[in-house]
Design a protein around this ligand. Structure first.
Ligand SMILES: [Zn+2]
Ligand SMILES: [Zn+2]
Length: 322
């Protein structure tokens, strides 16, 4: 158990609910550059800029550009997870379930440029970002005790970013997270993939945003966030890693179009890659969740979200009709 005054981490389950918390005391030391200003003006102050590589943990990999780089990735300097301690969930008694906060927590710097967002990058460069996601998913999911790899991006202070230089994060965990478990359980109730059917319905609906040869983007029927948008490969794949380069390029093109529009309505967003767990078969998709609203008492006490922008109006905005 976590001892008072000892800076260790733990994964803990709620008394009765299937709800988990990562206790990561060392995270409190991370710098909050975005809290001071929404943009780091001076590149010298940014840990993620070229020239400051020595300020980050040792590099795990990079995509080279001559003697410099286009992307690089390394362990998070203030990791919420670490490959140390007891990876198996244990229990002391009826109410307390826990394990070490076992896993891996990496950062991917998406560009050497300090003031360019993901949506502002060229499509070919966004493709490199997606291919790096695949690299980390493949590598980390093959490691012992890893049950799920979560890839996500926090853009802007309201989305949880502490540094503005464009980056993504990867967290590989020792349990299948409850939200993913819930999705799998719901998915299994259908005879065939519900998302393949949903794609067919939404491509002809008022919620269609954009359709290309391999990809459909639409605003979900019951969104949790204003202007929330889902990007689905039309082919049934369980992981980004199962897409061909041509298909991944299509994802990059759609992602750029969606993010350019998202930036018009929200300065903060989360990008969430909904991968299947290692041994499951769910339909992969990417969620863009603009964070220009705050969940309040009703949302926190009931789990039901109040939203004032309909997905049909949001899709019209994405299509350029409003
Ligand atoms: Zn920077
Ligand atoms: Zn499917």
């Amino acid at each position: 158990m976590l001892k008072r005054g000892v800076v260790l981490g733990e994964l803990r389950k709620d008394y009765v609910l299937d709800r988990w918390v990562v206790l990561a005391p060392s995270r409190s030391k991370r710098p909050q550059l975005l809290a001071l200003s929404q943009r780091v003006k001076n590149d010298d102050a940014c840990f993620f800029c070229p020239g400051n590589e020595h300020l980050t943990p040792p590099e795990i990999g990079r995509i080279k550009n001559g003697s410099s780089w286009l992307l690089r990735w390394f362990e998070n300097k203030f990791p919420a997870l670490q490959p140390q301690g007891q990876p198996f969930v244990k229990t002391d008694n009826r109410f307390f379930k826990f394990s070490a906060n076992y896993g891996y927590h990496e950062v991917i710097i998406e560009t050497p440029k300090n003031d360019v967002s993901l949506g502002e990058l060229a499509v070919d460069h966004i493709l490199l970002v997606l291919q790096t996601y695949c690299n980390r998913i493949k590598t980390l999911s093959a490691l012992p005790h890893i049950k799920y790899v979560s890839v996500f991006k926090n853009h802007g202070g309201q989305a949880g970013a502490s540094i503005s230089h464009s980056h993504s994060q990867v967290m590989a965990v020792n349990t299948i997270p409850p939200f993913v478990e819930e999705q799998i359980a719901a998915y299994r109730k259908f005879i065939s993939c519900p998302y393949c059917q949903i794609i067919d319905v939404e491509r002809r609906s008022l919620r269609r945003v954009i359709e290309t040869e391999h990809v459909l983007a639409f605003t979900p029927y019951a969104p949790r966030f204003h202007y929330e948008c889902w990007i689905f490969p039309k082919k049934h794949v369980r992981s980004l890693c199962d897409l061909s380069v041509v298909e991944l390029l299509d994802v990059a093109k759609v992602l750029k179009i969606v993010l350019e529009k998202t930036s018009k309505v929200s300065s903060s967003y989360n990008l969430l890659v909904h991968e299947s767990p290692c041994k499951e078969d769910m339909h992969l998709y990417i969620e863009i969740a603009p964070r220009n609203t705050t969940w309040a008492g009703f949302e926190l006490s009931t789990g039901t979200v109040i939203t004032s922008v309909s997905p049909e109006d949001a899709a019209a905005f994405y299509r350029g009709e409003t």
